[in-house]
Design a protein around this ligand. Structure first.
Ligand code: SF4
Ligand code: SF4
Length: 374
């Protein structure tokens, strides 16, 4: 049955009015990874906002150069986190890219990527092709999770797990790990087969129609399911907006943190590095992850410094591989210096990008936690 249509959370009220909030103070500039990379105003939040406003009000005609600087925005929202005027960069970006999308359709490679992400069958083929071409890392091996202990009480409710487009292909082991932890905490896990991509990549690429269609498909798929756990921090805000009024979307780590009294862990060996994705560092969830990992006895955990966005940023790692690699480099240097045996990161896009550059395994923290269940 089709769920009621949601108010469109991705529709900006007006690009000019959103841009008007910027008082041009420049406080965001040192926090913007692309400004730090290039050192020019046009690659800064303030420069992008000025361009968006000038085009939206008709002061200037859009230019290829201006659009290219807009293309480079990572959607990391680091500027939002420090802005005293509460500029909503994600809404500006989604609206500005939708206008760009109308002006000139993206190139064939980007269109093909958007089609593949929206289709489970084509997505599987596309991810296999990207792995074959060396653009994405190999699928991680199935985690070594011990048999769950018998469940004493398993009547605390039903939860479902959001798979996502890349996660569908890459995170079978992570979902199995999450199911083990959630079952141990006394919940039943229900699989929702008809779910699809959250639409974040489409929205950030300017395909507002495609993003809205994916959001509606997920509203239909999750209708009747009260709780949806998300494994990818980067999917969560747009997924939650799409399922508003249908289901409660919660970060899987935040859920497990609340239920952690039911979980016991055995001691860890080796050194583990932790990467906090921008979405987790600035939009919440880092505290829950730190508390969960602190429950693992003897864990030698090194939290990597905040060197800026890793450069993954949805399709950015495929569309701008050279820029994405330059953004990733300081993090890889810090990882090498940490001496860690493995790296944990809670966002699928970051894991794929980091996994392509790191020489140690890169996994979701959920897999590590499930492997260490006592
Ligand atoms: S979202 Fe990130 S990359 Fe884009 S302007 Fe803001 S800080 Fe810079
Ligand atoms: S911090 Fe906010 S108000 Fe100041 S320049 Fe950046 S976006 Fe504009």
């Amino acid at each position: 049955m089709r769920a009621d249509a949601a108010p469109d959370p991705l529709e900006p009220p007006s690009l000019a009015s959103l841009a008007d909030r910027c008082v041009q103070c420049g406080l965001c500039l040192p926090h913007c990874p692309t400004y730090r990379l290039d050192g020019v105003e046009s690659e800064s939040p303030r420069g992008r906002i000025a361009y968006i406003k000038a085009v939206a009000t008709g002061t200037i005609a859009p230019t290829g150069t201006g659009d290219r600087h807009l293309d480079h925005c990572l959607g990391c929202r680091r500027c939002e986190a420090v802005c005293p005027a509460e500029v909503e960069m994600e809404r500006l970006l989604v609206g500005a890219r939708a206008a760009q999308f109308e002006r000139h359709r993206p190139d064939l490679a980007q269109r093909a990527a958007l089609v593949a992400l929206a289709s489970p069958v084509l997505g599987k083929l596309a991810f296999a092709a990207a792995r074959w071409a060396g653009k994405l890392p190999a699928k991680p091996p199935r985690p070594d999770i011990p048999d769950p202990k018998p469940i004493v009480r398993n009547d605390r409710g039903r939860i479902t797990v959001f798979e996502g487009c890349a996660g569908r292909d890459y995170e079978a082991g992570t979902r199995w790990a999450l199911a083990t932890l959630v079952t141990r905490a006394g919940f039943d896990v229900v699989h929702v087969a008809s779910q699809g991509c959250c639409g974040t990549a489409a929205a950030h690429a300017g395909d507002a129609v495609g993003a809205a269609r994916l959001g509606q498909e997920n509203r239909n798929a999750f209708a009747g399911h009260a709780k949806v756990l998300s494994l990818a921090t980067g999917c969560q805000s747009i997924l939650a907006a799409s399922l508003n009024g249908v289901a409660d979307v919660e970060d899987a780590l935040a859920f497990l943190d609340r239920e952690a009294s039911a979980l016991r862990f055995r001691p860890a060996r080796g050194r583990v590095a932790l990467h906090l994705p921008c979405s987790q560092r600035f939009l919440g969830g880092a505290g829950a992850l730190r508390r969960l990992l602190a429950r693992v006895p003897d864990l030698d955990l090194i939290e990597l410094p905040d060197t800026g966005c890793c450069g993954a940023a949805g399709l950015h790692q495929l569309a701008e591989p050279e820029r994405a690699a330059r953004l990733r480099e300081p993090l890889l240097v810090a990882l090498e210096a940490s001496g860690a045996d493995e790296l944990l990161s809670a966002n699928i896009g970051c894991r794929l990008h980091l996994g392509n550059g790191a020489n140690i395994p890169v996994r979701h923290p959920i897999e590590f936690l499930a492997e260490h269940l006592a």
